[in-house]
Design a protein around this ligand. Structure first.
Ligand SMILES: C[S@@+](CC[C@H](N)C(=O)[O-])C[C@H]1O[C@@H](n2cnc3c(N)ncnc32)[C@H](O)[C@@H]1O
Length: 262
């Protein structure tokens, strides 16, 4: 089965690199970057346009939607270092991120995922925290081992890490490569959406206590915090231990009567 995918804010396609059996439409508004994407993925349809507007107009045409809206205005590094130490002016966080999440939650019938950086503020909608990214989706993303993004590495190291040789291109390689989702993480997310055991999440994160006892509860629970006392068995007083089962009550009465007769 070929899955029809919409890949929004595509960059050079780190997330898409290892996907197979897909028919991908990609939207990227920077022509230079879109041209590089086209070189790496000639079979994909590449559209140079505003991804936000494209989502609104075309979402019904796809089985799976991945969106990676720009992360700069949510970034911890920008806020906690550059703004704090006067290198950059503070800016409004770009709420198109949350617009897309809410839009997809309520309108899209397929599988979807929105990816962004781990922000400097408490998220407005609880994400799944996987592989040093935040993901909002309508399926459970299985946890991954801690991965290194190696963002302080050299260009050559970043190229190796992300699996792209950009030597012939003139773009700012460091930015473009840092923007890339690690290909193996992109594949992991895609596979999580299409695991046969997975169910689409229609309602908000589970609060079923039995789910919360799993070792990977945090991931399955999408970050929902549950007090331990609520998930362990309650301590019962001796009167509460008395079984409501009538047969047991009857046996107990018989025992008491037998004692009295003695
Ligand atoms: C975080 S990067 C995407 C990384 C990509 N998901 C990957 O794994 O390689 C975001 C990309 O969105 C592009 N972009 C920013 N605003 C856009 C818009 N309004 N419409 C389309 N693309 C946009 C940027 O040029 C950048 O390449």
């Amino acid at each position: 089965m070929v899955i029809k995918v919409l890949n929004l804010y595509a960059g050079i396609g780190g997330n898409r690199k290892l996907w197979k059996n897909v028919d991908v439409t990609t939207v990227e508004n920077n022509k230079e970057i879109a041209d590089i994407y086209k070189d790496f993925f000639p079979e994909d349809e590449v559209i140079i346009a505003d991804a936000h507007q494209f989502l609104l107009e075309h979402f019904k045409e796809f089985d799976f939607i991945w969106s990676s809206p720009p992360c700069q205005t949510h970034s911890q590094i920008r806020q906690n270092l550059a703004v704090r130490f006067g290198q950059n002016e503070p800016v409004f966080p770009d709420m198109q991120l949350y617009q897309e999440i809410i839009f997809l939650q309520h309108n899209f019938k397929g599988k979807w995922v929105v990816e962004n950086t781990i922000a400097y503020y408490k998220p407005l909608i609880e994400p799944q925290d996987v592989g040093k990214h935040w993901f909002w989706s309508n399926f459970q993303i299985l946890p991954v081992k801690k991965i290194s993004r190696n963002h302080r590495g050299t260009i050559a190291e970043l190229e190796k890490r992300k699996g792209f040789d950009l030597s012939k291109y003139k773009v700012d390689k460091r930015i473009v490569l840092r923007n890339c989702v690690e290909p193996e993480l992109g594949l992991h997310i895609f596979n999580s959406a299409y695991k046969s055991v997975q169910k689409t999440i229609v309602n908000p994160p589970t609060s079923n206590p039995s789910d919360l006892t799993l070792p990977s509860a945090k991931a399955f629970n999408m970050g929902l915090k549950v007090q331990k006392s609520k998930i362990s068995s309650p301590k019962l007083s001796p009167t509460e231990i008395t079984s409501p089962n009538p047969n047991i009550m009857f046996n107990k009465l018989k025992m008491l009567e037998a004692r009295k007769l003695k």
